[in-house]
Ligand binder design. Sequence first.
Ligand code: C2E
Ligand code: MG
Ligand code: MG
Ligand code: MG
Length: 286
Amino acid sequence: RVKERGRGNFGFYQPQMNANLLARMKLEHAMRQALGRHAMQVHYQPQVEMGSGRIVGVEALLRWTDEEMGVVSPATFIPLAEDTGYIVTLGAWVLEQSVMQAAHWARAGLSLVVSVNVSALELRQADFVERIAKLLQEHRLPAHCLELELTESMLLQDAQEAAQRLHALADLGIALAIDDFGTGYSSLAYLKNLPIDKLKIDQSFVRGLPDDEGDCAIVSAIVHLGQALKFTVVAEGVETQAQRSSLQSMHCSHYQGYLCAAAMTAPDFEQWLASAQPALSPFQSM
Ligand code: C2E
Ligand code: MG
Ligand code: MG
Ligand code: MG
């Protein structure tokens, strides 16, 4: 990145660049120590079925609170982890935590799908599918209780290899979701060729509901596309009742967002569930 600016500019930008580089190195150093210091946690955000209000699943979201820096946003450290390759270590940890948690909930009689974000570099690891199969087996988690969230752009890089991995994951019985749908650079062709189960409408389109005509048109189009291809469609980032009603009138079947709840620790989620109306609970009726 430094080189891209060209020689001529180097002297001029140097102090700022050094400061940025130093901050980045410091952040990376702290990130690499965070797991060992128990400074990272997986939080879980509920996903709701629109009509019934039932909690059908949770998305696992990584949280990091550094001793010095305080809360560091995933928007800051995930891209850094992706650039440096450390995402493979972080991702493996999130997957293990999530599978263990999902297995615990499954044994407790909760019918929940736990959804985990996966980065491109993780999917490209030769042993990715094998590791997931092993995790499921070790923790005796039924595969249908696990879902992986991928982004559109991931499916374009090494498309053939990615397709092969996705089919292998689907063969295990794991559900696959496309995250931030509508924001990536991609063709739609992959939707009919890949074993996709779910589209997550990016929150940038949800934000403008119900007033922004463009957002309404895009969300409605994604819902129709999803229905026609028999995918579940989840709206992300739903914060207001007006957004929820608008989505419901467009027949969007599921949502996720602060209107229901933000991501919480597993114990907090359990408590939150217990205090919710029984009708909304995912406890399986026997
Ligand atoms: P994402 O997968 O699209 O996750 C949804 C993000 O929206 C989360 O941000 C969530 O906290 C936030 N969110 C949920 N409901 C609302 C709402 O109503 N309003 C608003 N404004 N935001 C809402 P978060 O946790 O900061 O994560 C940001 C991104 O970092 C995630 O986007 C995901 O791409 C990435 N990420 C987080 N955890 C992991 C992980 O374990 N592995 C990987 N590879 N990426 C992760
Ligand atoms: Mg996600
Ligand atoms: Mg998203
Ligand atoms: Mg995202």
